[in-house]
Design a protein around this ligand. Structure first.
Ligand code: SF4
Length: 179
């Protein structure tokens, strides 16, 4: 089973329109982590890989799926099954992980190999930088495997997405730097 904290459709967690999945649980406990409410692996809803893929398929006009957390690679066995379903459907994967690529082995590495874009490395509070694209601290790396995507990711900036409805305003990203 996969434990998921939240699922959203978004355009700021990688290229194009994407389904973004926040996975629960992270044992890395970086100082200053903005997502510490996701450290608890029980803080979320349970899905089988098949159920989660069906949920992904219910979204229209997406080009891919973004895995974020929490630490997605700490649920690696079922995440590999989900990654296989996503790739078979010709959707691409953007992976956020607190691990360095050199730390990945076995199934975790297999999942990383399937991702077209990887944002990796621990968050280091002393190296916090609010102007970076998709990264919170300057030690973190942005790896783009598809040359056709490099231009999209060359624009180094922080993005925020705002959804306004009649009775609510919803933010994705880190709006506290902007308001
Ligand atoms: S890896 Fe990410 S979610 Fe985990 S503690 Fe570090 S910043 Fe937070």
């Amino acid at each position: 089973m996969l434990t998921v904290y939240a699922i959203e459709k978004s355009e700021i967690y990688g290229h194009g329109k994407r389904v973004v999945i926040w996975f629960s649980g992270c044992s890395l406990h970086c100082k200053g982590c903005i997502n510490s409410h996701l450290w608890d692996k029980n803080n979320g809803q349970l899905y089988t890989a098949k159920q989660l893929f069906a949920k992904i398929k219910s979204y229209n006009d997406i080009c891919g799926v973004t895995f974020i957390g929490g630490e997605p690679l700490e649920q690696e066995k079922d995440l590999l099954d989900l990654s296989n379903y996503i790739c078979e459907a010709r959707l691409d994967i953007v992976l956020f992980t607190g691990y360095e690529l050199s730390e990945l082995q076995g199934i975790q590495k297999e999942i990383a190999d399937k991702a077209v874009v990887i944002i990796c490395g621990r968050y280091v509070e002393e190296l916090r930088n609010t102007l970076l694209l998709l990264r919170g601290s300057s030690n973190q790396k942005l790896l783009i495997k598809d040359n056709a995507l490099k231009e999209f990711y060359a624009n180094e900036c922080r993005q925020v997405e705002v959804e306004i409805t009649e009775d609510s305003v919803k933010y994705l990203g880190f709006p506290e730097d902007f308001i």
